[in-house]
Write a protein that binds this ligand. Structure first.
Ligand code: CA
Length: 234
């Protein structure tokens, strides 16, 4: 899970970053509103923690702009402004939750967990591509009805591919979402795992779903011919 923290006070920002990292999240910081919008639009975050009083663009403006550009990640406003009016304005601007400073770190963590759960509840339980089925609750994977046993890492990789079916995913995106950190450009860890996954998901089946996009990354999708067949069937 990746979290973006938009906060201009250095001490507060690094305190939040350290605490969230200890809780297992990967965290990026932005130090003003402009930088926050840029980061939120160029990377794919699971949640955004947003301060209200920020240089260059206020938290409210950031919130409104992100919602206008269809960024759907839950936004938690963290602010020293704690009047009811401030909370109402924040929520009306598109935020999902509001926590007043000073706050107990445990409460921040609990609210983040609640927001992330809500996001999961909205996504479907079963992901399907052709005859490949992944159940996100029981974590069972089958292809053509046959069970496929995956390690935790292979499962996380396949789940990320299936959520993003049809989208080309770069090695950087895969490493940040599945491993929570960026590998050295020369590392072949991802390619090794893609091979493991191919052996289990594609080797004994047709059509092949995991495709290499030379120089960019990988994509999970039905090949064109199979897609057309499926369309004429339906
Ligand atoms: Ca501030």
């Amino acid at each position: 899970m990746r979290i973006l923290v938009i906060e201009d006070e250095k001490k507060v920002a690094s305190f939040i970053k350290r605490g969230l990292e200890e809780a297992g999240y990967s965290v990026d910081l932005a130090k003003d509103g402009e930088e926050g919008i840029y980061a939120a639009e160029s990377e794919d975050y699971d949640l955004i923690v947003l301060d209200l009083i920020l240089p260059r663009k206020s938290g409210l403006e950031v919130c409104k702009e992100l919602r206008q550009t269809k960024i759907r990640a839950p936004i938690l406003i963290l602010s020293a402004k704690d009047s009811v009016d401030d909370k109402v304005m924040g929520l009306d601007a598109g935020a999902d939750d509001y926590l007043a400073k000073p706050f107990a770190f445990n409460e921040l963590l609990a609210r983040i967990r609640a927001l992330l759960r809500r996001g999961e509840a909205l996504s479907p339980v079963k992901l399907m591509i052709g005859d490949l089925v992944l159940d996100t609750v029981s974590r069972e994977v089958t292809r053509s009805g046959k069970e496929i046993k995956l390690t935790n890492r292979e499962y996380a990789l396949l789940e990320y591919f299936m959520i993003n079916a049809g989208k080309i995913l770069s090695r950087t995106q895969l490493s940040e979402h599945v491993w929570d950190y960026t590998f050295d450009t020369f590392s072949n860890v991802i390619d090794v795992y893609i091979n493991y996954l191919r052996n289990k998901v594609d080797r004994d089946f047709e059509p092949k779903l995991i495709q290499t996009v030379r120089g960019i990354g990988y994509v999970l999708k039905l090949p064109k011919e199979a897609e057309e067949k499926a369309e004429t069937k339906s």
